[in-house]
Design a protein around this ligand. Sequence first.
Ligand SMILES: NC(=O)c1ccc[n+]([C@@H]2O[C@H](COP(=O)([O-])OP(=O)(O)OC[C@H]3O[C@@H](n4cnc5c(N)ncnc54)[C@H](OP(=O)(O)O)[C@@H]3O)[C@@H](O)[C@H]2O)c1
Length: 264
Amino acid sequence: MKIAIAGAAGRMGRALLAAVAAADDLTLSGALVRPGHPALGQDAGLMVGGVAGVPVSADAGGVIAGCDVFVDFTSPAATLALAGLCAAAGRPAVIGTTGLSPEERERLRAHATRIPLVVAANTSVGVTLSLYLLEIAARVLADADVEIVEAHHRHKLDAPSGTALAMGRAIAQARGLRLEDVAVYDRHARREARADGSIGFASIRAGEIVGEHRVLLVGPSERLEIGHVADDRRVFAEGALRAARFVRHAPAGLYDMRDVLGLR
Ligand SMILES: NC(=O)c1ccc[n+]([C@@H]2O[C@H](COP(=O)([O-])OP(=O)(O)OC[C@H]3O[C@@H](n4cnc5c(N)ncnc54)[C@H](OP(=O)(O)O)[C@@H]3O)[C@@H](O)[C@H]2O)c1
């Protein structure tokens, strides 16, 4: 299967280049960067200390046309434009970009009427499983106070993380609520006690932390914690390639990692 990677020079892009090189059933067909990027024209393998036999390119249309599955970990604006090109070219895609607004998610949903799209704020198998476990916990511990604490590297732009929001959404939905109605992102502006049913978020940004999430479900006399720690970006890259294998032959539609792992 031929894989093209968008944002190939980025942190995740480089993890994906290494993961594709290590997979027997995959070959790299394209490595996309922004126009004017200094790596343009050089062998994509150089970015991970190897040889890929594929030049780094800024020709999005050409890169998409040459792949079986397009894998995109870039930025919301780039992702929206690239997903439109995938839909026009009939190429399945895996999107790992986070920080998408509800409107941007709707636009992806529209593209997914023409092509199969996996959109996953966290492609780790462990995190996908923890979302599943959280739904059960949220239903059984229906009155527990929920707090979500996440930690990431100092370069991350969005907060709370897409994964923390996905966790909050899973818990709210399991309780028949909308996250928008119960989420608390800031306790500084208002001086008031915790509202029943609210879901609090806290974000740590420091050093090179790859990604940590801890959900506390706290009752009056006991506390359950469900947590996940990513030690290496490889987990996200390997999960994204698992999604690529799934999406290649899937019918048009919008999918997430639950679909990929058969946890629906
Ligand atoms: N789903 C998951 O499991 C998961 C895991 C980790 C990260 N993420 C998300 O994935 C995204 C990327 O993360 P990262 O840490 O790899 O960030 P990063 O190091 O900043 O990489 C993003 C790359 O995308 C490139 N890019 C931006 N616009 C582009 C365009 N139009 N065409 C081609 N390339 C373009 C950037 O190039 P320039 O530097 O030239 O702008 C950069 O190299 C973020 O949204 C992050 O939150 C998701």
